[in-house]
Ligand binder design. Sequence first.
Ligand code: FAD
Length: 355
Amino acid sequence: MPTACRLEQVKIKQNKFVKIFHTIIIGAGPGGLACAGKLAENNIDVLVLERKARVGPKVCAGGITWSGLVQRFPAELIEKSFHHQHIHSAWQQTVISCQEPMIATINREKLGQWMLDKVRRAGVTVLTSTPVKNITKQEVTTVDGATYRFHHLVGADGSSSIVRKFLGLPSEQRGLGIHYDVDGEFDQMIWHLDPDLFDYGYGWIFPHKTGASIGAYIYKNDTGPGLLKQKLDHWIKKHGINTGSARLRAGLINSDFQGYCFGNMFLVGDAAGLASGLTGEGIYPAIVSGETVASQLLGNGQKTDCLDSIIKKQRRHGRLIRLASTNRLLSKLMMETFILGLRIGIFNFTDLEMA
Ligand SMILES: Cc1cc2nc3c(=O)[nH]c(=O)nc-3n(C[C@H](O)[C@H](O)[C@H](O)COP(=O)(O)OP(=O)(O)OC[C@H]3O[C@@H](n4cnc5c(N)ncnc54)[C@H](O)[C@@H]3O)c2cc1C
């Protein structure tokens, strides 16, 4: 275990000092905050730099799985939980049921604020409205010109990570997710798998406390947001849902994993490309990778089992989606076979999960 770190500073010019942190984390999403919390609990001085003014809000459907995060979060964070999954395709409809709730929904803003409160109480400094614009091997500089020096840098800055770019890693496998936050009462969690509509992805209705996230994810960005929106709108209309004044929001999901440890620099979550290319699930991988990187920084390098298992699943999901996306007919057959397999019990819904 490293000894507790004292905040250092160095003089770089006359009367100009730069603060040195044991670890600087760029991004206060679930990955960055999970990493920061674990480090601070072990008396490591951590600085988190967050671009947005408020921690939490993120384009996301907010789905978490029973085996992944449902049991790790307090009940007050859970918006709705589901024992039944309604799975539709062009040729079939089925309902998968389980004694435990398979999936629950959370509000990303509430999750972010809950994690922020925890890390601040552990002693982490989180600076919001502080985008990082430049990185060197030792320092980061924010848009307002402040410079901070680090011994270790963690890129937890999402799918368009500046740390990943600094490391020279491409992000060729980035899917696109679009969704509306629609008001109203929704009871059923619905997945729609049909390549004629959503290419190599799916459409969803994920009910929340006072509305639902209704959206679509595609693994390849070829369709483009405009055409995907048209297809999603058509599907929503078929369900008789009125999106009212809800605004469509879009976000990229990076599944191009190429490692997470690069000397004194680390990548976690979407920055590392750890989201599933098949489903777009990324909150659980972000939290586990954040905690694992913290363990490594604390010298507990052996504790990587959970992340190793995510990486294996993530690679399996990647192989499947790459195969499916070679041909629309093949994709359709694979999806229909999967649903048939679910109906007759040779596949498990949990095969789709990252946990
Ligand atoms: C439409 C959509 C639906 C989704 N639905 C689900 C779902 O139901 N379940 C699920 O598990 N996953 C879902 N995901 C994926 C999930 O949102 C991400 O995988 C997850 O948020 C990754 O967490 P993270 O901490 O790695 O990154 P993020 O949550 O993206 O956090 C990164 C943070 O870094 C900050 N940042 C970026 N650049 C800088 C910079 N230069 N300086 C300072 N700060 C910076 C950002 O402001 C942000 O706060 C969805 C994604 C989309 C787009």
